[in-house]
Ligand binder design. Structure first.
Ligand code: ATR
Length: 273
């Protein structure tokens, strides 16, 4: 039995053990996957101890994603650009590879599960924190016509334009600058889905047939999704598919077998009401 775990603080809410256990059953892989709460000042020591006990890899969640990237000897391009990793793989030598699968998880959910192709479309990310940083490269690689980032603090969005200049020509600014623009896919990557605040989104932001996607999951209709619905959007999604799809990427990277995600997404979904 090969051992894997998710490390975070807090960790009790994590759905990762359930997801990876379901993947292992469905693919016949002999793994054990647990949740570990690391002390806030003890992430690296927790990783080291798990590895010494035979661990083969870990998922990493809040607040350790930045440290996970720093700890790695071999961070991927996506992890380096994001400055954060959500998945580590311990190699037979002393190396630790790091990946950030959040962005590809979002892209796969949007394109494959929800049926909204990104190529040639106008795509907007709301927020300029870690969640947006992790999603930009995989979205840019799909070839959208426009990739925009709007943030309450416009300077944080502008900083992303600089950091990603080699990969995408980002359109960046504050929310007021969105006036008169419309988008085919609008992703809420701010933390407002957790707190209950809404965003100052201008009228006409959603193009006809647009998808409104909130990265948070399990909260039902978030303030952002409610705003979108009130603006007439019928394609609404929360982040449960992104969660399961990033887990599938991690599982495939660790085990070399790609699990089917549909049944797991269906099981974890809550109605958007
Ligand atoms: P994460 O890693 O989840 O992205 P973060 O780096 O703390 O978390 O970023 C949180 C994001 O939510 C930021 O874009 C933040 O906007 P600011 O950069 O202007 O702070 C955004 N955010 C949080 N609360 C918000 C609110 N009430 N209204 C608008 N944006 C908010």
């Amino acid at each position: 039995t090969d051992r894997y775990a998710v490390i975070g603080h807090p960790i009790s809410h994590s759905k990762s053990p359930q997801i990876h256990t379901a993947f292992a059953q469905a693919t016949g892989q002999d793994i054990a996957y647990t949740a570990i709460e690391a002390p806030l000042d003890g992430f690296a020591a927790t990783v080291r101890a798990f590895r010494e006990q035979g661990g083969r890899g870990v998922n990493v969640t809040l607040p350790f994603k930045l440290q996970a990237c720093e700890l790695a000897t071999d961070p991927s391009e996506a992890a380096r650009l994001a400055g954060a990793a959500n998945c580590l793989r311990f190699e037979a030598d002393d190396r630790i590879r790091a990946e950030n699968f959040d962005g590809i998880g979002l892209v796969n959910d949007v394109q494959r599960n929800l049926g909204h192709a990104l190529r040639g479309r106008r795509v907007l990310l709301l927020g300029a924190g870690g969640a947006t940083r992790g999603a930009l490269l995989p979205i840019a690689q799909q070839g959208p016509a426009v990739l925009a980032v709007a943030n309450r603090t416009a300077d944080k969005a502008h900083a992303l334009r600089t950091d990603f200049a080699a990969h995408a020509a980002l359109q960046t600014g504050g929310y007021a600058e969105l006036a008169g623009e419309s988008f085919d896919v609008v992703v809420n990557a701010t933390s407002t889905g957790l707190g209950g605040e809404s965003l100052p989104l201008p009228a006409g932001l959603f193009a006809p047939g647009a998808l409104a996607y909130d990265m948070v999951y399990g909260k039902g209709l978030t303030p952002f999704l409610r705003q979108a619905r009130e603006a007439g959007v019928t394609a609404l999604a929360d982040g449960v598919g992104m969660l399961v799809e990033q887990a599938a990427e991690a599982f495939a990277w660790w085990r070399g077998v790609r699990p089917d995600t549909r049944a797991v997404i269906a099981r974890l979904s809550v109605p958007l009401v």
